[in-house]
Design a protein around this ligand. Structure first.
Ligand code: MF3
Ligand code: CO
Length: 269
């Protein structure tokens, strides 16, 4: 493994990534307004693509390694990279929506896991803990710390303080002119391991946490990653700027959570 250079962003570049993240956050908040039992992934994807394009952005994922859609929609035992389908969402489903926006030369990347109607209590707890793990990881995204410090707190919280398992095959990453840049940001690891985080680098932190075992496989569509034991999996992601003392979060769940609170079909976590 060769540690590649981590790109440090100028203030101007950070403002452009912030703009992409704003449109991205608004996009997922708008999707959260129409997400309900009976809706389909294909409908959500079409809506997201049109919203992004009509606001001057481009969906980052569409065409990335020939990925066919603007959203990744991963349901229940699916971890990430689910391709939007025509199947209807059902009461009790959990649905991870992952999206990227490219605008003015820079990407933003974020994900949120939603619950439809009566979601099992143990699955709601998995969702809560995954979101909390993301914010614990963000607390470690300060200048001078290492990627392993982020991975350590996420793994410690999910696997030692709770009975969950962190997926290891997929990682967070740098974000900028390309969707995936150095460094890789694993959701497990040891304090002090990995690349050192410089001030003003921009990274996406994205814990993928399983209720059962950590093992995953790729489905026959060659994209969807799912748990081997069929257990549910949750995924939350923010794009953040590494700063001394405290990271700055460029994406926001505020609009999403307002929409969830006002959408009677979704459950608050
Ligand atoms: N959203 C994923 C990530 O967070 C990337 C999606 S890959 C794509 O890194 F091909 F589906 F676009
Ligand atoms: Co990402």
């Amino acid at each position: 493994f060769i540690a590649m250079a981590i790109k440090i962003k100028t203030p101007e570049e950070i403002e452009l990534i912030r703009k992409s993240c704003e449109l991205l956050s608004n996009t997922l908040a708008e999707v959260a307004k129409i997400l309900k039992a009976g809706a389909t992934g294909v409908e959500m994807d079409k809506f997201a693509e049109e919203y992004i394009k009509s606001h001057g952005g481009h969906p980052s994922f569409k065409g990335y390694n020939r990925y066919p859609a603007s959203l990744c929609i991963s349901m229940n035992d699916e971890v990430v990279h689910g391709i939007p389908k025509t199947d209807v969402f059902k009461d009790g489903d959990i649905i991870s929506l992952d999206c990227g926006v490219y605008m003015n030369g820079y990407h933003g990347d974020m994900a949120y896991t939603f619950g439809i109607g009566n979601v099992r209590a143990d699955i709601l707890q998995l969702m809560r803990v995954t979101k909390e793990a993301l914010y614990l990881g963000i607390e470690q995204a300060v200048a001078g710390k290492r990627t392993g410090d982020i991975g350590f707190v996420i793994q410690d919280y999910c696997e030692r303080q709770h009975p969950y398992k962190c997926v290891r095959e997929l990682v967070g990453h740098g974000v900028g002119k390309t969707l995936h840049e150095d460094p890789q940001v694993p959701n497990y690891g040891r304090k002090g391991d990995g690349q050192k985080l410089p001030e003003n680098c921009v990274i996406a932190i994205e814990p993928m946490i399983n209720l059962g075992k950590r093992d995953v496989y790729t489905k026959r569509d060659n994209w969807t990653i799912a748990t081997q034991d069929g257990s549910p999996s949750a995924h939350f992601e923010h794009t953040v700027v590494v700063k001394p003392g405290k990271a700055e979060i460029l994406s926001t769940f505020e609009g999403i959570e307002k929409a969830v609170a006002e959408n009677g079909d979704l459950v608050k976590i």
